[in-house]
Design a protein around this ligand. Structure first.
Ligand SMILES: Nc1nc2c(c(=O)[nH]1)N[C@H]1C(S)=C(S)[C@@H](COP(=O)(O)O)O[C@H]1N2
Ligand SMILES: [Mo]
Length: 320
């Protein structure tokens, strides 16, 4: 199911030493999963359930290695649970992910409210390996599980007026920070142009590494828009609205000069406070001093052939 044979991935190569030494005792075979996936899964998914999926070979990242699970699940941005990178791992346990419904309405012929099970049954679950790059210049390679977002969006039959799609994360003040504490407005909102949302690369994800999503990664259902900076990949989605006008988005509201609506990964367009042509791949080339290697950031995060045509004629330095 996964792309590497176990022999290709010694634990010592993909995992920090303290983690793999500590992990051996958890390596019971996981039925239905490839041995490589079982080997890469750590003890940190106690509450996650196995989620079967078939690997889709159209979505790979060449020879780049999967990022070890520990990095994907312990270094996160999920401001509702804290602004530090380790806080979502520690605090997102409080998120109640069941029951879960998503309401889809706006410029559509058939508005719907679906529960999670109904959404997950819309299409066979696929495993896709994507690069995922944060605007803060770190990146990971993740074996996500899900299917194209378009599968869900088509259910409600968008009208001719629908030009954009707006997304909203759950906001539960009982378990999440206040906007004042997090310094951004809640609920977290994001948006895509209709053609972007319908692009097959835009993924609706329910899991990673053969299991349901850890809460800190946006359980039970999140977007993954891999040609854009990570903040466009909104977590824990409860509401989707088709709209005529470009919808407001959280980071753009917070600092429009730093975070645009489009936010396509672009090594030529620096962030006002740092360059964007290099990135730190979590788990790669680390020493006691931290990560010392830098990878070159690719235009559209390496997905140019699949997405560039959507932006022909647009000035991407202005529409950042
Ligand atoms: N609701 C919500 N979604 C969110 C965020 C957030 O703070 N809240 N952070 C975003 C940012 S900045 C990034 S880089 C990615 C991180 O996803 P990951 O933790 O699964 O790697 O989630 C995005 N989605
Ligand atoms: Mo990010």
């Amino acid at each position: 199911m996964l792309i590497h044979k176990p022999a290709d991935i010694p634990y010592s190569e993909v995992t920090p030493k303290h983690v793999y030494l500590n992990r051996r005792r958890f390596l019971t075979a996981a039925p239905g999963l490839g041995a490589a996936a079982a080997a890469l899964m750590g003890p940190f998914s106690a509450r996650a359930e196995k989620l079967a999926a078939t690997h889709n070979n159209n979505y790979n990242v060449g020879t780049e290695k999967l990022t070890p699970l520990e990095y994907i699940t312990q270094y996160n941005n999920y401001y509702e649970f804290g602004t530090g990178k380790d806080e979502p791992y520690l605090l997102a346990k409080k998120l109640k992910t069941s029951p879960w419904t998503v309401k889809i309405d706006g410029e559509v012929a058939k508005p719907k409210t679906l529960d999670l099970d109904a959404v997950m049954k819309l299409a066979p679950l696929e495993e896709r390996v994507y690069r995922h790059r944060c605007v803060e210049a770190w990146s990971i390679v993740v074996p996500w599980i899900g299917f194209s977002l378009s599968t869900l969006l088509k259910q409600v039959e968008p009208t001719a007026k629908a030009k954009f799609v707006a997304f909203e994360t759950l906001y539960d003040p009982k378990v999440m920070l206040s906007s004042r504490e997090a310094h951004i407005d809640f609920p977290y909102v994001e948006g895509l142009r209709l053609d972007e949302a319908m692009n097959p690369l835009a993924l609706l994800s329910f899991g990673l590494y053969g299991e349901t999503l850890p809460n800190q990664n946006g359980a039970p259902m999140r977007l993954v828009v891999p040609w854009k900076y990570g903040f466009k990949s909104i977590k824990s989605v409860v509401r989707i609205r088709f709209v005529e006008k470009q919808p407001p988005t959280t980071w753009n509201l917070s600092a429009a000069n730093e975070y645009g609506f489009y936010s396509n990964v672009n090594p030529k367009k620096d962030h006002p406070r740092w360059p964007q042509n290099k990135e730190r791949r979590l788990g790669e080339g680390e020493s006691v001093l931290g990560s010392i290697t830098r990878r070159n950031t690719l235009m559209f995060n390496g997905y140019e052939s699949q997405v560039a045509s959507m932006y022909t004629g647009m000035d991407l330095m202005k529409n950042y």
